[in-house]
Design a protein around this ligand. Sequence first.
Ligand code: UDP
Ligand code: MG
Length: 334
Amino acid sequence: MKQAEVIYSVIVPMFNEEEVIEHTYDRLKQVMDQTNEPYELVFVNDGSRDRTVELISMIADFDPNVRLINFSRNFGHQIAITAGMDYATGDAVIVIDADLQDPPEVILQMIDKWKEGYEVVYGKRLKRKGETVFKKVTAKLFYRTLRSLTNVEIPVDTGDFRLIDRKVCDVLRGLKEKNRFVRGLVSWIGFRQTMVEYEREERFAGVTKYPLKKMIAFAVDGITSFSYKPLKIATYIGFTLSVTSFLYLLVVLVQKLALGGTVAGWASIVAVNLLFNGIILMLLGLIGEYIGRIYEESKNRPLYIVREVQGFEDNAKTGESERGGKQERMKEYV
Ligand code: UDP
Ligand code: MG
């Protein structure tokens, strides 16, 4: 039997989300049932260490619209979204967080825009409820910095909550870079884009899966994969420092030759040394960030490894799906 064609695919990345799964599933189902069109819910388990996978699996057992992609370990939020896109078969693909911070009801508005002919509909957060001042400030700063450093128009205050057309999904799948900053890639590829505005809710349950360390890594990924301006800034800093040093050298020479003798300046020497060494090491580290990323890309490892999938069985039996059956997929991505 060939699996029914679906119009909508909803991708939900999940990392230790046992507390929210059932509720998230109910809300998503309620919303998607209102479309009266066939849909699939693609849950990607990103190496959770709790009961996430068991719960999804149970849901997938009785709801034929639910699919599970189970990673072999934690690969990260952005990779989980990418895997969802690889497996999704819908004409429109929606990405939403598992924690219901992005209200599923907004999906219906996104679908309306899609039906008007837009190929990308992203959610713009008007307000963020229940998030710490620190998170709000850093998020704001990040989006502004990103905007000033990159040439890509990444809309301010949008996350990965968005709807993309099949065409856009296929183009994204063709971009094989390992450092995946999905919202940036979506902006980069263009197409007809629009937005719907919404208020970001509090996390329904559980805690954020983006501690400060991950947030910083995410920000660095976003900037480095879309801009080499930081390297240019390094050049400018180097240049400015050289010019000032040279001028100061002249001063020192004049002092020594014309005025005769100089005062022993231990403190100033140490200060200049520390400052310059600090700057040099920092800029070396910056260059290292880029080299590390080139290294990552050149290894050509797969983006993620799938332990098992569930809910795609019909495809596997017949291999009739456009995207190939389960076995074929496993070959392709494992
Ligand atoms: N997530 C994931 N892998 C990770 C970290 C997060 O799949 O390594 C998922 C998480 O389960 C959630 C989404 O990414 O569905 C966003 O995470 P979270 O809500 O914790 O981030 P925040 O809203 O606090 O920025
Ligand atoms: Mg969240």
